[in-house]
Design a protein around this ligand. Sequence first.
Ligand SMILES: [Zn+2]
Length: 391
Amino acid sequence: MFAAFDEHAGAILDEQIAICEIPAPTHQEQARADYVHRQLAALGLQVQRDEVGNVIARHPDPSPNPIVLSAHLDTVFGPDQPVGVARPGQPNPYRSGEIVPEREYHAPGISDAAAGLAAMLAVARVLSASDAQSHMLYLATVGEEGRGDLRGARQFCNAPLGRSARAFITIDHSDPAAIVHSGIGSRRYNVRYRSSGGHSWAHFGRYNPAFALAAASDRLADIRVPRSPRTTYNIGVVQGGETVNAIPELAQMDIDLRSESPAELDRLDADVQEIIQRGHEKELRRRGAGALDPVVTQIGDRPAGTTPTDSALVLAACAAVEAEDLRPRLIAASTDANAAIAAGIPAIAMCWGGRSDNQHSVREWFDPTDRSRSLRVIARTLLDLAESAAG
Ligand SMILES: [Zn+2]
């Protein structure tokens, strides 16, 4: 059964290229979803779309408590980004003056997640010949990348069908030995300090949002976070003011908080919220006139969580990696699996196979060498889970 992955290697690559060349910016995944929908329907599966645009495919006579295999539809690139795939030996439009090396395929999104979708479809085709297919649910999600904030996976995992899932596997990384069993949680905020503004000389003494932001950011930099569970914070964007001799009407920053642990993320978040207010209050005490309340807007919220290393899902995945003579590595990342773990579904992320790098950049590339190995790892994991579900 697994021989099909090698026999159809050319077709799998062609499909990956076709998928990559259908642009799918976050919130504009429709055309690519149509393609995936057609392919799954052609396997005799019953395919539906939910209210956010996820593609959901099941056996016409499905077993309860499905095993979910998923990949995300969207890319980080905008609608104007060319996504034509440059093949080996061709001039590389994404690196001027270079020729694409042998075995490599270059295009934004060629791996993340065109390789994930191609892997999901390849596994779905192979399993259509097996009893396991009735246990499977194939899912192509919208809104995984940055601005999407996992909206597709959240929608699915919190609906009754998702809640009934016994396991959730998303295909969304490049390391054949790695199993992502831990979801890095993140929260992101836009913080706006505001005042009526004024002239730097004539209105000196009014509330200055730049000083409030500076006071807060200085305290933020002093927050102590644990190394394990790994927890981090960042001010990624600082903006504000019009000119050197005016009190700014606005000073704003974007803050990113992350942790492997939900409790640590909550603790960090509480500290940060207090510090944001303290920065405001400090400037208020110094210069109160013209002050407006700060506005804090959440611009991202990905749940943290872990699927236990001794769960049936992680054990099955580790055994499947070992069957390919690789030593499994359990790691943390931020993928659609976060949403599943947060909804109480055992979830991991697995590898799309081959070799690839520079995801989220126009210099992204993919080499299909050894892709079959990772497809076997996925298929073996699913068969193992389906067998224990049937037995
Ligand atoms: Zn991805």
